[in-house]
Design a protein around this ligand. Structure first.
Ligand code: KIV
Ligand code: NA
Length: 276
């Protein structure tokens, strides 16, 4: 299988071929997405909510995300693997951003890192990319600043569009290979996509971006939280798993599971019973 590389994302934008992405937090799910042909997987800090049960993305640690990233890297053969830099691990300085990125690259062997912000992290992005590590940026609604933004609020409406464009330009200037636009009106996302030469990836930013990304547990109905409007639910995995679990419990209680065929006989290798 040929590995997806950053140049393939650039090529996809030029060709008008849409890029597909999903989050992944472990080997089992990542392997399935890879087998299905997903272009990239993101070990998002949304793992804080989805996997660890926190209310925000803020508490998750670098070490926790590195462990998850490593499991995803080991599972995929084709997909490009992007690891999120968690809150507090890059904002302080370009040096801190580079040091954390190096940890992710060495310890998880992810193929790129992702961080939140535009103009305010331009020098951070530049420092990381100049060291040879591909960076995916993330603007619009940025969950790590949700307390400052005042909740899950659409970004880039009205006068906000100009600021979003400024952020997008800064990201491209700094050398990022791709940018995520989260919860941005589709016409604004279309303008950013038009103006930038690097691909834009929509998370609730409409159909005009160069690709789409969602939190996999939302899209496949495995998460239990509120499902945002931009998420189309392609499966009800929680329902499937709940029904299967009920059946499993019923079968244990009734004695239907396990059967003799699902148990081991005590025989010698030559087929003779040890009890004669
Ligand atoms: O953490 C995450 O899952 C993300 C995407 C939704 C953009 O950052
Ligand atoms: Na994230």
């Amino acid at each position: 299988v040929k590995r997806v590389r950053t140049r393939h994302f650039a090529q996809a934008k030029r060709d008008g071929h849409k890029i597909s992405g999903l989050t992944a937090y472990d080997a089992a799910s990542a392997k399935v997405f890879d087998q299905a042909g997903i272009d990239f997987v993101l070990i998002g800090d949304s793992a804080a909510n989805v996997m660890l049960g926190y209310d925000t993305t803020l508490p998750i640690k670098v070490d926790e995300l590195i462990t998850m990233s490593r499991s995803v890297v080991r599972a995929v053969e084709r997909a490009f693997v992007i690891a999120d830099l968690p809150f507090g691990s890059y904002e302080v300085s370009p040096e801190q951003a580079l040091e954390t990125s190096i940890r992710f690259m060495k310890e998880s062997e992810a193929h790129a890192v992702k961080l939140e912000g535009g103009v305010r992290v331009e020098s951070h992005i530049r420092r990381i990319t100049e060291s040879g590590i591909p960076v995916c940026a993330h603007i619009g609604f940025t969950p790590q600043s949700e307390h400052n933004l005042g909740g899950h609020i659409i970004q880039g409406r009205g006068d906000g569009a100009e600021q979003l464009l400024e952020d997008a330009r800064a990201i491209e200037r700094a050398g990022a290979f791709m940018v995520v636009l989260e919860m941005v009106p589709s016409d604004v996302a279309a303008r950013v996509t038009e103006e930038l030469s690097i691909p834009t990836i929509s998370v609730g930013a409409g159909p005009h971006c160069d690709g789409q990304l969602t939190v996999w547990t939302d899209t496949f109905g495995y998460g239990q939280g509120r499902r945002p409007k931009f998420v189309r639910q392609y499966a009800d995995l929680a329902g499937v798993l709940r029904d299967a679990t009920k059946q499993y419990i019923d079968d244990i209680q009734s004695g239907a599971y396990p059967s003799e065929a699902e148990s081991y006989e005590n025989t010698h290798p030559d087929g003779k019973s040890p009890f004669g």
